[in-house]
Write a protein that binds this ligand. Structure first.
Ligand SMILES: Nc1ncnc2c1ncn2[C@@H]1O[C@H](COP(=O)(O)OP(=O)(O)OP(=O)(O)O)[C@@H](O)[C@H]1O
Length: 609
């Protein structure tokens, strides 16, 4: 079924890297008016680049392979044409059939995509039925849901394959297939499931592959599912200073904890933050550590029940929590195969191939290692595709082990044209394994990984700069860090992990049963409660005067880095103008584009909190 590519396969305009964004409106794309109402309800002013390029091609019936950066609006780019096509079909036929299958790598993402369908189809809900196959319902319930032939089925490849095997899901009338996060689905170990889906795919199904990077995995999927796809490689033209400001801090293993304490206690980061750590224990170690200073956070990892995970993300998006500590475990399980070419290398290969029409390089077989999912949820993923809203900062407390992961992680901030910041802690080789209690295996090659990241980012014109903490000033806090770390023993971590799991399982059961009937009550369950280590040291919650640098926060960082602003692009001009008008009315100066630098606005009075 795999086809050899030649240059004619790729239509010239689509294969070009598009540099600029033309003024296109959703209405000009020819979408159903009910969909336009749904879009307007979400306050989308105009299509993003990937939307304005991919939607017309998809509406024409073309296969599309689109690479666009994280947070650029790929979900709407594939959903809108699908819903439009369902609405069109309903005008001539009322016979129910499943005409679209959307495959995503994780259950969280499946939930998110299902919600997006519901939002876009809010004004035509009775004509568009979508179901999420990753929900934990009994086989009988799932069968009965599928028996009604919902228009759109959203699933992980594993769930789709399972239901195809049991004949619960019929692809007989399928017209559209989407593989979202196409660069990641194979690394989740779904290769056999995807082969299984490909086997029963009827002829002529339109395929859309969406991806943040073009990797050999995307090539494999293209060979398996696409016919003559239009290839979009989209680089958004960014204004200076927009996107993610990337910083790196070289530090010792225990200093990661010290810096985290200083960053959060002195509020060096303004806004919401996702902290990525290397494994599950690390989540609890850091949470317990921060708790000692009165800094609350909630945890996301593959061990927690899916309902809790989804709830945490929803609450975070509603600004209930400021800090999420997430473990990025797929790396630890070995998904980041060293021998596998990095995305930038593969992109070069793809470019070459498009120019001279040569056959593509043999895509590496996904390694067996990837199937190793332990007892954790294989369909878990937070750095991939989850739409965390208004994240000011991604803190790589533990550096990922590949630049591809780094790209996905930092893509959780600066979404939909906002700005954001990424700080990565890097342990130099000579400091690795020098502080056993805070050491983690994945830091072994931090410097090598950083070099790759810097190279990769440079290719897209982005810099990774040092974040200069004045370690002399930070040193004043070292004693307190030591005190707090000593209380976070291995036993305390293990107990906290068990306790949290038990609590979340109970909440999850409650969530499932109770909130089906009372969706409004969800906010009563908080996930950032204190885990309480054995030794409670309440004095640590306060920062005494003498510890603070005389110059305020700027004394800690030198004052020249660290801006984290949430700024909308021109897409939100109207909103900005409204805000400015409102502010004028209140006599305040707002909306003039003045950036608030949290490092320069440290209020000494608020510090003792
Ligand atoms: N046209 C638009 N105008 C304003 N906001 C938009 C628009 N399209 C999408 N968004 C918002 O942008 C955010 C990111 O969108 P989405 O999750 O689809 O990005 P993505 O490209 O799929 O990201 P990732 O690669 O991380 O999965 C969402 O909050 C979405 O609601």
């Amino acid at each position: 079924m795999k086809r050899k590519l030649n240059a004619d396969d790729v239509p010239a305009p689509a294969a070009e890297v598009v540099e600029t964004k033309e003024e296109i409106t959703f209405a000009s794309l020819g979408l159903d008016s009910r969909l336009l109402q749904g879009i307007a309800k979400q306050n989308f002013q105009s299509p993003t680049l990937v939307q304005s390029k991919a939607i017309p091609l998809a509406l024409e019936g073309r296969d599309v392979l689109a690479r666009a950066k994280t947070g650029s609006g790929k979900t709407a780019a594939y959903l809108l044409p699908i819903i439009n096509s369902v609405l069109k079909r309903k005008q001539t036929s009322s016979a129910p059939c499943t005409s679209a299958l959307i495959l995503v790598p994780t259950r969280e993402l499946a939930e998110q995509v299902t919600k997006a369908v519901e939002s876009f189809a809010a004004f035509c809900a009775k004509d568009v039925r979508a179901i999420n196959l990753t929900q934990r319902v009994s086989d009988a319930v799932q069968r009965s849901l599928l028996a009604d032939s919902p228009d759109i089925v959203i699933a992980t490849p594993a769930r789709a394959s399972l239901n195809i095997n049991t004949s619960a899901l019929s692809l007989e009338h399928l017209a559209h297939l989407v593989i979202d996060e196409a660069d990641l689905v194979l690394s989740y170990g779904y290769d056999e499931d995807l082969q299984n889906v490909a086997k029963v795919m009827p002829k002529g199904v339109q395929t859309v592959l969406m991806s943040a990077t073009l990797t050999s995995e995307v090539e494999t999927l293209k060979g398996l599912f696409c016919r003559n796809p239009a290839v979009l490689k989209l680089e958004e033209a960014e204004d200076e200073g927009e996107g993610v400001s990337q910083y790196v801090v070289k530090c010792a293993e225990d200093e990661k904890f010290l810096l985290a304490y200083v960053i959060f206690k002195l509020k060096l980061i303004k806004g919401k933050c996702i902290i990525f750590v290397g494994d599950i224990d690390r989540c609890y170690r850091l949470k317990l550590f921060l708790e000692q200073f009165g800094t609350r956070s909630c945890i996301l990892n593959s061990e927690l029940p899916v309902n809790s995970r989804i709830h945490v993300v929803e609450e975070f998006n509603k600004n209930v929590y400021d800090i999420i500590i997430a473990s990025d475990e797929h790396e630890v399980l070995g998904d980041e195969d060293e021998s596998k070419p990095e995305s930038d290398d593969v992109e070069d290969i793809v470019d070459e191939e498009n120019e001279d029409g040569e056959a593509k390089p043999a895509a590496p077989e996904p390694s067996k290692k990837k199937r190793k999912t332990a007892k954790k949820d294989k369909e878990y993923g937070v750095s991939r595709g989850i739409d965390f809203k208004n994240v000011a900062c991604v803190l790589n407390f533990d550096l990922p082990t590949s630049s591809k992961s780094y790209t996905h992680r930092i893509g959780r901030t600066a979404r939909a044209g906002q700005t954001g910041m990424a700080i990565s802690f890097v342990v130099p080789a000579e400091l690795y394994r020098k502080h056993k209690p805070t050491s983690i295996d994945s830091a072994k090659d931090d410097e090598k990984v950083l070099a790759k990241i810097v190279r990769h980012q440079a290719k897209t014109g982005k810099e990774v700069n040092p974040y200069n903490f004045d370690m002399k000033q930070v040193d004043a806090f070292r004693y307190r860090m030591g005190d707090a770390l000593r209380a976070v023993t291995r036993i305390a971590v293990r107990e906290a992990r068990t306790r949290e799991l038990r609590q979340e399982l109970m909440k999850s059961e409650k969530l499932k049963r109770h909130f089906e009937e009372n969706p409004g009550d969800l906010h009563h369950l908080r996930h950032d409660g204190e885990l309480r280590p054995a030794r409670v040291q309440s004095h640590l919650k306060h920062v005494p005067e003498y510890l603070l640098p005389r110059e305020g926060k700027t004394g800690i960082t030198g004052g020249n880095v660290g801006f984290v602003g949430i700024k909308k692009t021109t897409e939100n001009r109207i909103r900005k103008a409204r805000m400015a008008n409102k502010a004028k009315g209140r006599g305040k100066k707002l909306g003039g584009g003045r950036k608030l630098d949290p490092l320069k606005t440290f209020n000494a009075k608020g510090r003792g909190k």
